[in-house]
Design a binder for this molecule. Structure first.
Ligand code: ADP
Length: 487
């Protein structure tokens, strides 16, 4: 699949051989070059936006049921090709094959979910002060969407934007991360296979600072839907030269609170999954854990045992491994930096702490799931997003202290609680200043409920009905009627 997609751009339904600079894409588990992408040139960017504008005129006026059918076809095509697409993802991103396959199937689920939502774009009739007037509130698609996406979930993070936008009647130009372009191009291939009309879906590859920024600045793009770092999100907001709708899903620094009433086994299971899945490269990863003091030592012991048991492997060789390679040298370096900072400031290393040994790991970006205890908020592991397989633990004495520590961050994406006492659950969930609070589970995002951050974690929502509303404008049509003559 990668071989076919290398150096290609998908513009106006055509596979073009890109004219720009070639950029290598590596397999992070082996260091091998998988292929090259072409950085889209200004002319190619203009062509993609022009194609999306042209297609918008037709796509936005299609009956919603037709858009729903197209999305269903897209979901079906993706399901059929799930194995090949997963392989592409694992090769460029590093996550184990089974996990990549699961992500592809969730992309298909997004297509099917928004196929159903497409036919439910309802309006409202609003009462006026006199009875001769009707106020209709109708919803209309915004226009051309520029979707800029990161490498940690190369399919799903495109899918939520693509499916919400297409269901609403928008068209889209996708700029995937430089590390994971082939999954995005594979999605374009599925759009082609599903006979989505030319120009509705376009994919441009290349560096964010050039190609992504060009979409942000392009007068033909009506909305930017971005997932990535807070720094780049802020830059996008500040550098928009014209008014554009923005949705920004940015960094997190997500806490887990484990109270004395918690089911300890469940809490450990949840903590290990959400701290280390995808090597911690998740914006809703648990970065920091606050445990009630009486159970803290036992919790840490069990967490370390569970972390040590996780199987690390090249995700192609061992599809059911728990974790694979990290996506690149950069998040690995940050993980090491946060670990060194914590240890220098008095944290105890209680699990992991280095690369796994063996020839299989010699050339990839591997690191063992790592736990540090006795942490404080002087340490980066507790106050900055690590985006790697490292979690810090500290004990707390009262719920108010736990809440204060959990909210002591500029971020507000997701938070987690393990507790059995209903009063504690209510008290904590009401006071955690986060867009998502998961209690006694660690799956903060599900397809049919809104998912989004607050504070420096961003604006706007994905998933659910709300995820489609992000691609719609309201229009108020106010009509005054006369009594029919001669009635
Ligand atoms: P991450 O490293 O978590 O993927 P980034 O914010 O660096 O986060 O990248 C997310 C996406 O934003 C990528 O597709 C990247 O190419 C793109 N990007 C980076 N810089 C810019 C920029 N200045 N303008 C627009 N997009 C950008």
């Amino acid at each position: 699949m990668i071989h076919d997609l290398a150096e290609k751009l998908f513009i106006d339904g055509d596979w073009r051989r890109g004219e720009g600079e070639r950029i290598p894409v590596e397999n992070p588990a082996t260091g091998e070059v998988l292929g090259h992408i072409a950085a889209a040139t200004p002319a190619e960017i203009d062509a993609a936006v022009a194609a999306a504008r042209k297609a918008f005129r037709i796509w936005s006026r299609l009956a919603p049921a037709e858009r729903a059918k197209a999305l269903r076809r897209l979901g079906d095509a993706i399901t059929t090709e799930a194995d090949a697409m997963a392989r592409t993802m694992t090769q460029e991103q590093g996550k184990p094959l089974n996990e990549a396959r699961g992500e592809i199937l969730k992309l298909a689920e997004a297509c099917h979910f928004y196929a159903e939502e497409a036919v439910r774009i309802h309006g409202e009739i609003v009462p006026n002060t006199t009875t001769d007037i009707d106020s209709l509130v109708v919803r209309e698609p915004i226009g051309v969407v520029g979707a800029i996406t990161p490498w940690n979930y190369p399919a799903e993070l495109i899918g939520w934007k693509l499916c919400g936008a297409l269901a609403a009647g928008c068209t889209i130009v996708i700029k995937p991360a430089e590390l994971t372009p082939f999954t995005a191009l594979a999605i374009a291939r599925m759009a082609e296979k599903a006979k989505i009309p030319a120009g509705v879906v376009n994919v441009l590859t290349g560096p964010g600072a050039k190609v992504g920024q060009a979409l942000v600045e392009h007068p033909g793009v009506d909305k930017i839907a971005f997932t990535g770092s807070s720094a780049v999100g802020l830059r996008i907001q500040q550098s928009c030269p014209t008014i554009k709708r923005l949705s920004l899903e940015l960094g997190g620094n997500c806490p887990l609170i484990v109270t004395a009433s918690a089911d300890l086994d469940a809490a450990v299971k949840g903590a290990v999954r959400r701290s280390f899945r995808n090597m911690g490269q998740i914006c809703i990863a648990i970065n920091r854990i606050y445990v009630a003091r009486p159970i803290a030592a036992e919790f840490v012991k069990r967490l370390c045992e569970a972390a040590d048991k996780l199987v690390i492997a090249n995700g192609i060789d061992k599809p059911d491994a728990d974790v694979g390679a990290m996506a690149s040298a950069e998040p690995l370096a940050k993980t090491k930096e946060h670990l060194a900072d914590a240890l220098a400031k008095g944290a105890k290393l209680v699990a992991g702490g280095g690369a796994p040994r063996g020839e299989a790991f010699a050339r990839g970006h591997f690191f063992r799931p790592t736990v540090v205890s006795d942490c404080t908020h002087a340490m980066k592991v507790m106050t900055e997003e690590t985006f790697g397989p490292l979690v810090g633990v500290m004990a707390f004495d009262g719920l108010d202290e736990a809440i204060e520590l959990a909210n002591d961050t500029p971020y507000g994406l997701a938070s987690y609680v393990y507790a059995k006492d209903m009063d504690e659950i209510r008290y904590l969930s009401g006071r955690l200043d986060y867009g998502n609070v998961a209690v006694n589970n660690v799956d903060a995002g599900i397809m049919n409920a809104p998912y989004g951050g607050r504070k420096q974690s961003g604006v706007g929502y994905e998933h659910g009905r709300e995820g489609m509303l992000e691609y719609l404008n309201f229009k108020h049509v106010r009509i005054r009627y006369d009594e029919p003559k001669g009635r």
